[in-house]
Design a protein around this ligand. Structure first.
Ligand SMILES: *Cc1c(COP(=O)(O)O)cnc(C)c1O
Length: 350
């Protein structure tokens, strides 16, 4: 098995003789069993797919590598994206490594520092606009129509193609598809990609079934649940703060064809799952990456029975990208004098 994602799944990807095979080490991420939470929520088996272990700390790398390879194949020299953070980190990293210019259009406010720091260190041209993510995407799209620069948001079909490889990895590792698959939904590219991956691998005879797709939006940014676009989406989970998802239809198709669910979770539920995932399993995801567990938690508490099911939740991005949120929800210890007695007293070991 090739360690290079584009090689390993070449026959399932839009790769020609002329496509450069490039890599920053994306994919092949851990699938870890969550013994404690599986008991807590009554699942037959529960696993987390750690997409936070990708080179820039989120699943965006899987799609970016294929989109950038395609841009290079066509002789393009620049790429552009709108981003609430993780897409900009991936865009900037792959662009600088493979000799392209990266332009990143960022909505003002509520952006996680770690992600912006990545775009900065990788040397992207960053433009901050006074508007929402949806406006930033309009601007990025217009730039790509007016200039020789390729749009690498998830409406770029090569992004979806690359991202579907995570489904292949899950099936390769478990020997079959899970019964239920939990995922956060923002612009809805990822749920569309995973569904495509599960369907293609099933058709290829690599799995006996397809999972039910369980997508979760944040309550203040839940256009698909409400059935109408949200003008000013609000949630602590900035990666899914999207009011008018570009892949709306793909998400609805994934839900309906899989007999799945698209529902919402509150910010309180997201932060409860965020802490639980860290404390019970040692997994540090960013808030959006806790939305799937928040959804599982909500369904289990509403009496949904997962006891005969194998469940997978995807941890879409690393908690390290958003230290402010982590620190806001924990208490910072106060300084002590530098002696053992004081430390013992503070620990209650006196
Ligand atoms: C991009 C992103 C999402 C949302 O994915 P969509 O494809 O926009 O639905 C969720 N979590 C994290 C960490 C992300 O970076």
């Amino acid at each position: 098995m090739s360690p290079i994602l584009m090689e390993r799944y070449r026959s399932f990807l839009p790769i020609t003789e002329a496509t450069p095979i490039i890599s920053l080490g994306e994919g092949n991420t851990p699938l870890v069993r969550a013994i404690r939470l599986e008991k807590e929520f009554g699942c037959g088996q529960l696993y987390f797919k750690l997409e936070s272990c990708n080179p820039t700390g989120s699943f965006k790398d899987r799609g970016m590598v294929v989109a950038v390879a395609n841009a290079m194949e066509r002789g393009n020299k620049a790429i552009v994206c709108a981003s609430t953070g993780n897409t900009s980190a991936a865009t900037a990293a792959y662009a600088t490594r493979f000799g392209l210019t990266a332009v990143v259009v960022v909505p003002k406010g509520g952006l996680a520092t770690g992600k912006l720091a990545q775009a900065f260190v990788f040397g992207a041209k960053i433009v901050v606009i006074d508007g929402t993510f949806d406006r930033a995407l309009d601007v990025a799209r217009a730039l790509s129509q007016r200039h020789p620069v390729v749009l690498v948001n998830s409406i770029n079909p090569y992004r979806i193609q690359g991202q579907k490889t995570a489904s292949f990895e899950i099936i390769d590792e478990l020997g079959d598809a899970p019964d239920a698959f939990f995922i956060p939904v923002g612009n809805a590219g990822n749920i569309s990609a995973y569904w495509q991956g599960f369907v293609e691998y099933h058709q290829a005879g690599k799995a006996s079934r397809r999972p039910r797709m369980m997508g979760f939006q944040a309550e203040g940014a839940a256009p698909i649940v409400r059935g109408t676009a949200v003008a000013n989406p609000q949630t602590i989970a900035s990666a899914i703060r999207v009011g008018n998802p570009a892949s709306w239809q793909g998400a609805v198709a994934a839900r309906d064809e899989s007999e799945g669910v698209i529902d919402s979770v509150t910010d309180d539920e997201i932060m409860e799952a965020y802490r639980l995932m860290a404390i019970a399993e040692g997994i540090f995801g960013e808030p959006a990456a806790a939305a799937p567990l928040a959804g599982l938690m909500k369904m289990a508490r509403n009496g949904h029975d997962f006891s005969r099911q194998r469940v997978v939740c995807v941890v879409t991005g690393s908690g390290l990208k958003d230290p402010e949120t982590a620190l806001k929800y924990t208490s910072i210890p106060k300084e002590l004098p530098p002696d053992v007695a004081a430390v013992e007293a503070a620990l209650g070991w006196g």
